[in-house]
Design a binder for this molecule. Structure first.
Ligand code: PMM
Length: 280
């Protein structure tokens, strides 16, 4: 069954004074709400990676995420840390995170791979071509599906050479990162192509700009939660390991539909196998 990763961005844009007790409390409260709504994993990030975002220092990033991770882990919640920085990743694992989610797949910080190898923890390596300020210019492909798949395969080779085992790896095609709307739809149309790499795949479409293509002009960010839930269904049907979403409740409901249909299908084939067995 496809897991739901709930997004918790502990950034000043989401929580007005990042790092203070007030924002830590607000972040924890929101994470607990996502957990209750059915998130299997809470993805805690302290640096925005959206187009045009500026970098934060590892110290600021850690001040934002570590208190939140510590408390969620204390409550037994599975936490991933969304970071490009190996020091933050290591500190987060010491605070109780058990998954490292790196949107650069180890390209932004040369020390990331060895840190991940040493922890032995699950590592989500996303397809990435460059930082937020340059990624729109890097959205150039002849065949986006083949190129993303080949670039992910190259990351798998490099990460394996650095000592990360295949059992640790999850891949993500990186919707919206160095990809325009047409590229994102094309990747979604061919999610099965990433199975050829033989590793679990996760998909992060939530509230991204390309979803505006299916909404009326002037639609809000929250209006993107419905198309996000539909993408969660498509990802689940393609066998995704997890989807990363802001609106956990909507995706939970959408995935429940997929589960009901799959159960009905499984019951049907069990029935026909049974009646074939009963035939003289
Ligand atoms: N997208 C964002 C941040 N982290 N992690 C993974 N693995 N996959 C993604 O697609 C992804 C991510 C950017 O979205 P946000 O700014 O809404 O959190």
């Amino acid at each position: 069954m496809t897991l739901i990763m709930g997004v918790l961005n502990v950034t000043p844009d989401s929580f007005s004074d990042g790092g203070s007790w007030a924002s830590t409390d607000a972040a924890i409260e929101h994470a607990l709400e996502l957990h209750e709504q059915g998130a299997d994993i809470i993805d805690v990030g302290g640096e925005s990676t959206r187009p045009g975002a500026t970098r934060v220092s590892p110290a600021d990033e850690q001040a934002r995420v570590l208190p939140v991770i510590t408390e969620l882990a204390r409550q037994g919640i599975v936490v991933s840390v969304d970071t490009l920085n190996s020091e933050t990743a290591l500190a987060a694992t010491k605070a109780g995170a058990t998954i490292i989610n790196d949107v650069s797949g180890g390209l932004a910080d040369p020390a990331m791979a060895s840190v991940v190898a040493a922890t032995g923890l699950t590592y989500i390596a996303m397809h990435w071509r460059g930082h937020a300020h340059e990624m729109d210019a890097l959205a150039v492909y002849d065949d986006v599906v083949a190129e993303v798949r080949n670039e992910l395969a190259a990351r798998v080779d490099a990460l394996s050479a650095a000592g990360i085992s295949r059992e640790q790896l999850v891949l993500d095609p990186g919707l919206g990162f160095a990809k325009n709307a047409g590229h994102n739809w094309r990747v979604l149309a061919h999610l099965g192509a990433f199975d050829e790499l033989g590793l679990p795949v996760m998909v992060g479409a939530s509230r991204k700009r390309f979803l505006a293509d299916v909404l009326p002009v002037g639609a809000t960010l929250a209006d993107r939660d419905l198309p996000t839930a539909v993408v969660s269904v498509l990802a689940a049907q393609a066998g995704a390991w997890a989807v990363r979403v802001h609106d956990v409740a909507a995706t939970r409901t959408a995935l429940a539909v997929v589960n009901e249909v799959e159960s009905a299908r499984a019951a049907e084939s069990a029935e026909s196998a049974e009646s074939a067995r009963m035939e003289p």
